[in-house]
Write a protein that binds this ligand. Structure first.
Ligand SMILES: Nc1ncnc2c1ncn2[C@@H]1O[C@H](COP(=O)(O)OP(=O)(O)O)[C@@H](O)[C@H]1O
Ligand SMILES: [Mg+2]
Length: 300
């Protein structure tokens, strides 16, 4: 990923917001913030500035402006400036805690941009049980809500990295900055791949042999997730698995916890039950929960 290490002159108001944010900013591993250096401005940066200026007039940026606060707009802007996001296209999903957009990289590849909402108070409550007990995030839980959500986005980025390294098929992580996570887009031309639930309901679109194959792959990913990435997904079900090019892709890993988390065992049992329930509903003969637990944790 090409990164540009120059500052773009922004209008006064935005600069002030930026400065203020910079003060509260805390750098952590995985955030990948590039140092800004004072060098002569390269030609491509000048070009990008012109592009940004034009880009700002576009409809979609207006949409982003309507939905997100200034700090989030600036975070998106920063990723455009760094050459991570080329443009933002339509919204793919508008959940309670995050919105997912399809975008394009400056090179023209599809990217998925997940933006966590920093304004939902409920959010903090719902993520608490995953944060407490995770040594990587405990201290941050006592800081402001905004920081908690930045940490949450970084957590998803790191979990994606760990899972990818462990051989689990996930969207490849590209960058994270504040509450904005950029990753590989699963799908094509801004049309996302289907979720497993959509292939099963209202009409079952796959035959049982295909479902068996998908189950075996998901099962294998659960083993790798535990034994290699040393993580438990903690929200694994047919809504968080996509199906792309004949292979399942695990998504939504912000809440995944390390296996030494105090609730890791409970989360894993829950994941196993969810996976067993779904795959039996489409006709797969699934192993018992005990058998799966033993194989996943390596205790067999
Ligand atoms: N990398 C991606 N590529 C394509 N679509 C995605 C990607 N990540 C998420 N989505 C879409 O956005 C939806 C919500 O994303 P998810 O990470 O599950 O967040 P939430 O916490 O809102 O459930 C998914 O169900 C899927 O349809
Ligand atoms: Mg989800």
């Amino acid at each position: 990923m090409k990164k540009v290490e120059e500052e773009v002159k922004a209008p006064q108001k935005e600069e002030e917001v930026e400065e203020q944010l910079e003060e509260e900013e805390e750098l952590e591993e995985g955030e990948e913030l590039e140092e800004e250096v004072e060098e002569p401005i390269p030609k491509e940066v000048v070009q990008r500035r012109k592009y940004l200026k034009r880009y700002k007039d576009k409809d979609l940026f207006e949409t982003v402006e309507e939905v997100f606060d200034m700090a989030t707009q600036m975070a998106v802007y920063e990723l455009i400036r760094r050459g991570v996001i080329g443009e933002l296209k339509g919204v793919i999903s508008a959940g309670k805690e995050a919105r997912v957009y399809c975008g394009k990289s400056p090179q023209g590849d599809d990217i998925a941009v997940k933006i966590y909402l920093t304004t939902t108070a409920e959010f903090r409550k719902s993520i608490r049980k995953y944060i407490i007990g995770d040594p990587r995030f405990e201290q941050i839980a006592n800081r402001g809500l905004r920081h908690l959500i930045y940490a949450w986005a970084r957590k998803e980025f790191r979990n994606l990295k760990r899972l990818e390294q462990a051989g689990v098929r996930v969207p490849s992580p590209i960058a994270v900055y504040r509450n904005v996570l950029v990753m590989e887009f699963i799908g094509e031309n801004c049309k996302r791949a289907p979720l497993l639930v959509e292939l099963a309901k209202p009409v079952n679109q796959l035959d049982v042999e295909e479902w068996k194959k998908i189950f075996e792959t998901v099962y294998d990913y659960m083993v790798k997730m535990y034994q290699k990435a040393r993580l438990v997904h903690a929200d694994l079900n047919e809504y968080n698995i996509m199906y792309w090019k004949g292979e399942p892709v695990i998504i939504d890993v912000s809440q995944a916890v390390p296996i030494n988390h105090p609730y890791a065992h409970d989360f894993l049992m829950h994941d196993i039950q969810q996976i067993r329930r779904f795959f039996s509903s489409v006709g797969v003969e699934v192993p018992s929960a005990a058998e799966m637990y033993a194989r996943i944790t390596g205790l067999e």
